[in-house]
Design a protein around this ligand. Sequence first.
Ligand SMILES: Cc1cc2nc3c(=O)[nH]c(=O)nc-3n(C[C@H](O)[C@H](O)[C@H](O)COP(=O)(O)OP(=O)(O)OC[C@H]3O[C@@H](n4cnc5c(N)ncnc54)[C@H](O)[C@@H]3O)c2cc1C
Ligand code: SF4
Length: 306
Amino acid sequence: MCEDLDRWERDGQVSFLGASGPRRFAVTRAEALTLLDHFIEHRLSAFGPHEDAMMSGDPWMAHSLLSAPMNLGLLDPIEVVNRAEDAYRRGSAPIASVEGFTRQVIGWRDFVWHLYWHLPDSYRDMNELEAGEPVPDWFANLEADSVDAACLSHILADVRDNGWAHHIPRLMVLGNYAMQRGWEPAEVTDWFHRAFVDGYDWVMVPNVVGMSQYADGGILATKPYAAGGAYINRMSNYCGDCVYDPRKRVGANACPFTAGYWSFMYRNRERLGANSRMAQPLSGLKRLSDLEELLAQEASRGSAAP
Ligand SMILES: Cc1cc2nc3c(=O)[nH]c(=O)nc-3n(C[C@H](O)[C@H](O)[C@H](O)COP(=O)(O)OP(=O)(O)OC[C@H]3O[C@@H](n4cnc5c(N)ncnc54)[C@H](O)[C@@H]3O)c2cc1C
Ligand code: SF4
C-alpha cells in the first residue's frame, strides 16, 4: 500500500500533506482493542484533570487517540464508554475522568453526528461572519518553522508530524487564529479535512463551520470560541518560550492572539452585538485606549506568519 502511495505521488496523481513517519493510529480491530485497553488502564485516570491542557513536547497527554478507530468503525462508541464506566465501578478511574471522557464521546461525538444529519447540506457553506480571506500557504502547508508564535509553531509541527492534535489546539489555537484572521470557513474546513488523521465530513463540518469558526451564527455554539493569549498562557506552557508576550496587545512583542482577539471583536462588533453573551467582551473594546494603534498593527500583520 505504502509503495502504491509513493508511486502515485511520484506520478503526480496524488499529493500529501505533512511528514511521513511511523503509523501511530489503530487501523485494525485488534489494534483498536489493544489501544482501548491501554487507555483504560494507563491514561483514563489522568484524562479529567488534564483534558484541556496543552504541553509542548507531549501532544498526546492523557487523550485516548480513539477518534480514528471509532470513525473507521473498528470500535463502537458505546463499547468504549462502557469500558470507561467499568473502570470507575472497579475503582480504577475517578468519576471526574470517566464523566469527562463519557461527555466527549456521548455528549460531543454523538451530538455532532446527529447535528450533521439534521442540518441542511447548505450548512457547510454558511459564513455568517462574512470571513473571506484565503488560508495562507504557511498554515495550509504546515510550515511550522516559519512561525515565531510558539503555540502555533508547536501545534503546526504536531499536525505535520502526527496528523493529529487534541481538541483544544484544534479549537483554541488553530481554529481561533483562523477565525480571528477572517479566513474563509469552507477553506478552513477543507484544510482541517486534509490535515487530520480522523477527518470525516460528518465530524469536520459541524466542528469547523459551527464550533470553531462560528460561521453558522450560533446554531452549534452560543458564542464564538475566540480567545487571546491569556487563555493560551493559562492552559499551556507555550508562552514561556515565545518571542511574544501574551499580556501585550500593541508593540513589537504584542501577542498575535491577544491583539487578534480585539481586532476580531472590533470587526464583528455589529454582527455579534445582539448576542447577550457577547455584551461583556464587546464592552471591553471601549476600554482600549490604544485601539486605533492595535487595529493598524493587526491590519499590517494580516495573515502573514506571526
Ligand atoms: C476544529 C475541530 C475539528 C475537529 N475535527 C474532528 C474530526 O475531523 N474528527 C474527529 O473525530 N474529531 C474531530 N474533532 C473533535 C476532537 O478534537 C477529536 O475527536 C479528538 O481530539 C480526537 O482525539 P482523541 O481520540 O484522543 O480524543 P479524546 O480527547 O480522547 O476524546 C474522546 C473522544 O471524544 C470524541 N470527541 C470529543 N470531542 C468531539 C467533538 N467536538 N466532535 C466529535 N467527537 C468528539 C472523539 O470521538 C474522541 O475520540 C474536532 C474538533 C475541533 C475543535
Ligand atoms: S505569547 Fe501569544 S503567540 Fe506566543 S505562545 Fe503565548 S499565546 Fe501563543
